[in-house]
Design a protein around this ligand. Sequence first.
Ligand code: LLP
Length: 431
Amino acid sequence: MVKTIKNGHLYWDGCDTVALAEKYGTPLYVMSENGILARTQELHRDFLDKYDNVRVAYASKAFCTLAMCKLMEKAGLALDVVSGGELYTAIQADFPPEHIEFNGNNKSREELVMAIDYGVGRIIVDGLQELALIEAVCAELGKRTQILFRITPEIKADTHDFISTGQKDSKFGIPLNPEILFPQIEAALASEAVDLLGFHFHIGSQLADNSTHLAAAKVALHLALEVKKRYAYELRELNYGGGFGVEYVEGDVRQPYRYFLDPLMALTEAFCDEHQLTRPTIVIEPGRSIVAEAGITLHTIGSIKELPTIRTYASIDGGMTDNIRPGLYQAAYTGLVANKADSATTQVVTISGKACESTDILVKDLAVAPLAAGDLFATFTTGAYGYSMASNYNKLPIPAVVLVKDGKDQLIVKRQSYEQMLQNECLPERW
Ligand code: LLP
């Protein structure tokens, strides 16, 4: 169990969160290594070891640090990166290039040079313009590269609009319109620089139902068949993206990976048998489902403001700067008072952030133990898209990240200092 309660304190992977807050300060992200590994082990058991010719690339955008890249390598996963910065992190972590997949809807020439020079395993190409850029970079570097085309399967996922990506009106992927799609495939097949492996889609995030993945997989499989018919060319790889949901609050469902993957594999194998296609390698790219529930954030309670007959606001020493998700997607969270973890919850408060924004509310109307300034508040399920989306708004420093396992803690990201926040700033010389 990652979460335990001892002597009234919340423990995370065997570590007393109150002691962690004293040692490292707050706000503090705490990531459980055992929590992360439980999810990668489930992926091994129910996918990687169960099916031939499959791969899992961790979508590093969910939580990208040197230590996380290393942990994913040790756990036998590949890595999905979407920017020069994520790629640089992977390179600094010595992540094996052949196991890196480079996504993104607007890769720059510099990013492509970095990726192709490092020898990344795959580039997921988002359109003809990018293909031309890749060809130019390959020519310059005297290299070839393997690619997949990201397609827009034209399926609306049942999730917040802001994290739905596979619908027809999307900035991601190549539309299915044959007049747009097939010339791109022809260009790739004719190219000396690239080896076209297959198609990629990602339909959205935080999905609790497998039907959208299944519908999108059908689209990709039909396209693979069409490519074989038109060009006598068998695609070797299909990437079904990520998007597997997690539990933020009671009522959310975190389905086991097999709930998504078994029907997807059955559909894929049946389709390939029926149409005499060699079953391509199947790749998935989970991000959130690997790290979200393994992470918590610790904040110290400061000002408590009671508005009679309205609500009580309890402010923390962070907020939207370390977790933008409530403000951006109306995401719901839950938490508890970590130093009063077994006390009865007798008070309803709204946990508010310290940024100068009315939307900076972390948790609305939460039942908590009687609160006082100086208490420690722990928010659950903040391991994904928390640290990775943190900002310096109001010039708040990015918090530290500590990795915990079996009662041992290890700092993996130091707290940003005020000096570091200003290190790239200067005054105009003419002053
Ligand atoms: N692959 C691609 C191409 C993606 O665009 C994404 C997420 C993933 C994989 C991983 O999806 P996951 O398994 O994590 O759902 N900031 C938002 C989430 C944006 C996700 C964008 N793409 C949030 O905090 O909910």
